[in-house]
Design a protein around this ligand. Structure first.
Ligand SMILES: [Mg+2]
Length: 338
């Protein structure tokens, strides 16, 4: 019988997300593909240092030894490398004893069409265009930032932290905030507090992780999931009702109301944190591995259909969509920037 990926958590990962290939990528950007290929061949047997997603991938693959005879996770390398230059990544996979055997090397062609072929639940890459294409194609995906200095992955657990709005949940509420301001956002969330939010780009991944957790007796699953959101009371109510409606239990939740996320993420010890707001990803990436989740189509607000002359934003909607500044200034309930 053919090998079945549908009952597994499938992570698609670029070689540059798995290993630190920044020096090599610099050669590619600066000197072109021929110089890059020559360099990779010359250094084929040199080990590669772990990249941003390495701790998460290693921890997830360990899950496959937790239940005898049951594989829960597959990791597939999906890369624009050629099969030739990809060999170095596979040598490194072997050297690091990672249980990864499947790969797609597209030789420079776009990779998004292969994500569905491999039933990928989560795609991790350093490349903004590949991640955008994945999100546009309906696959949970994040552009990873640099490896955080001094990061120590927690032992024997897998700790994943998600932002709420525009990551687990749809961007609808965030859009209201951006278009109409904080008070309108809070009124909207109060009015709809018992109504579940629609699914965001990472909702299916959350449900898939919840399925993995169900293979373990209560309290014994090494996977721990947290929401780290800038929402706070009263806007947090809708988060709780949404998770209830989805029948998902989150292990930990942090409603921060404008407090910075990085210290909480550091304390949580996340293997990976996902957020749609670059300002949060940037600060988080200094302490834990982090990835940016772009909006479908590349922007939160649809371009206006009417042609009109650009005018300065109204005071209620700052030109720079910096929710944190507004949150701090208001000292009040927060929209998500979450
Ligand atoms: Mg958000």
């Amino acid at each position: 019988m053919a090998y079945d990926l549908t009952d597994k958590l499938v992570i698609g990962i670029s070689s540059r997300a798995l290993f630190d290939l920044e020096l090599e990528n610099g050669i590619y950007q600066r000197d072109g593909v021929a110089a890059y290929t020559a360099y990779q061949r010359e250094h084929e047997d040199e080990p590669l240092r772990p990249g941003t997603a390495f701790p998460l991938v290693r921890a997830l693959l360990k899950l496959n030894t937790a239940i005898p005879g049951r594989r829960l996770v597959e990791v597939v390398v999906i890369s624009r490398n050629s099969p030739d230059t990809g060999l170095r990544a596979f040598n490194a996979i072997e050297a690091h004893k990672l249980d990864i055997t499947r790969a797609a090397f597209t030789g420079g062609e776009s990779i998004d069409r292969y994500l569905h072929a491999f039933k990928v639940d989560l795609f991790l890459s350093r490349d903004a265009a590949d991640v955008q294409a994945a999100i546009d194609g309906g696959v949970a995906a994040a552009q990873l930032y640099d490896v955080p200095p001094d990061y120590q992955a927690p032992d024997n657990q897998i700790r994943i932290a998600f932002d709420g709005d525009a990551v687990l949940f749809s961007a609808e509420s965030e859009r209201i905030y951006k278009q109409k301001g904080l008070e309108a956002f809070i009124r909207h969330e109060q009015r709809h507090r018992h109504k579940a939010m629609t699914e965001g780009p990472f909702a299916k991944l959350l449900l898939r992780l919840a399925e993995v957790q169900q293979h373990f007796p209560p309290g014994e699953c090494p996977v721990r999931i947290a929401i780290v959101t800038a929402r706070n009371s009263p806007a947090h109510t809708r988060v709780i009702h949404t998770l209830r409606a989805w029948n998902v239990e989150i292990d930990e939740a942090f409603f921060l109301g404008g407090l910075p996320k990085d210290q909480v993420l550091h304390a949580f010890g996340a293997h990976m944190f996902f957020d749609d707001q670059e300002i949060h990803v940037e600060s988080a990436a200094a302490v834990v591995p982090s990835g940016h989740v772009p909006y479908k189509g590349g922007q939160l607000l649809a371009p206006s259909r009417k042609r009109r002359v650009a005018k300065p934003a109204t005071p209620a909607t700052p030109a720079t969509p910096d929710i944190d500044l507004l949150t701090e200034a208001s000292g009040d309930a927060t929209p998500d920037a979450a």
